[in-house]
Design a protein around this ligand. Structure first.
Ligand SMILES: [Zn+2]
Length: 242
C-alpha cells in the first residue's frame, strides 16, 4: 500500500489520536467536578513536565470522563483520559492517581502503541487473511491484526499492550511520578487496592501482569524511586512524606 511507514510516524499517529480523542470528548460525558478536573490537570502537567525530556513538543491534554469504570489511558501525541471511577477507587489520593498517570504517559514515551501498530501492520501486510490464517493464533495476535484493519478508528486505543510493555510502563511510570514529587509508595497501595477489588485497569486491552508480581516488581525499585521523590519534594520546597 506504500504508506506503511508514513502511516506509523509519530506525527501521523498523534494526528489520528487527536481526532479520536476529540471524537471521544464529543461522545462521552465530561466530568463537571471542578476539584477532579483541577487535580488531574495538575498531576498531568507535573508528570508531563518530567516526561518532556522523552516527549519534547507534545501538546498535552488531560480530560476527566464521568465513567464508573476505574480506567485511564494516554494516546500518542499526549491525549490523556482519566475516568471518575479511577479517582474514586484511588479515594482521591493524588499520589495514587499520579502513579497511574505516570504509567500511562510512560506507554506513550516508550511509543508502545506505535510499536504494536507496526507489528500489527506487519501481520496484516504479510498477506494474512484474518479469520482463516489467524484461527490458530492466540487472541492477542488476532486482536492485533484485526486492530490493524480497523486502523481508521480509535487507533491509539485498539491495540493491546504486551506484558513487557506493562513492565516497562510500570518501571518508568514509577520514576515519572516520583520525579514529579508524588510519593511512589502509593503505587503499592493502589495496585493492592486494585487486586483486592478484583478490578483491573482495563486500558482497553492490555495483557495484565499478575498483580502480586507487579507489586513485587515495583517494590524492587522503590528505594531509588523514594530517593527521587525526596529530591523532587526538596526542590519544590515541600516536605516529603517520611
Ligand atoms: Zn499499562
Amino acid at each position: 500500500m506504500g504508506c506503511g511507514t508514513a502511516m506509523l510516524s509519530d506525527e501521523n499517529l498523534a494526528k489520528r489520536a487527536k481526532r479520536d480523542f476529540n471524537r471521544m470528548k464529543g461522545k462521552e460525558t465530561l466530568s463537571t467536578n471542578a476539584s477532579h478536573n483541577k487535580m488531574i490537570k495538575e498531576i498531568g502537567e507535573r508528570i508531563a513536565g518530567v516526561a518532556q525530556v522523552d516527549l519534547p513538543g507534545t501538546e498535552w491534554e488531560f480530560v476527566v470522563f464521568e465513567k464508573k469504570e476505574a480506567n485511564a489511558f494516554a494516546m500518542p501525541g499526549g491525549k490523556v483520559g482519566v475516568y471518575s471511577g479511577l479517582i474514586e477507587l484511588a479515594d482521591g489520593d493524588a499520589d495514587e492517581i499520579a502513579v497511574v498517570i505516570g504509567h500511562e504517559i510512560a506507554h506513550v514515551s516508550f511509543r508502545h502503541s506505535n510499536k504494536r501498530m507496526t507489528q500489527a501492520m506487519g501481520i496484516a501486510l504479510g498477506g494474512v487473511i484474518l479469520n482463516a490464517a489467524l484461527r490458530d493464533k492466540d487472541s492477542t495476535d488476532r486482536r492485533l491484526a484485526t486492530g490493524a484493519y480497523a486502523a481508521g478508528t480509535t487507533l491509539g486505543m485498539t491495540l493491546p499492550y504486551s506484558r513487557e510493555n506493562e513492565r516497562e510502563a510500570d518501571h518508568r511510570g514509577l520514576f515519572y511520578s516520583a520525579m514529579a514529587g508524588y510519593d511512589p509508595r502509593a503505587a503499592i497501595r493502589f495496585w493492592s487496592k486494585m487486586k483486592k477489588s478484583g478490578k483491573r485497569l482495563p486500558e482497553i486491552f492490555s495483557t495484565h501482569p499478575n498483580p502480586g508480581k507487579r507489586i513485587e516488581f515495583l517494590e524492587s525499585h522503590m528505594d531509588r524511586a523514594y530517593a527521587l521523590y525526596v529530591e523532587a519534594k526538596n526542590a519544590r520546597g515541600e516536605k516529603p512524606n517520611p
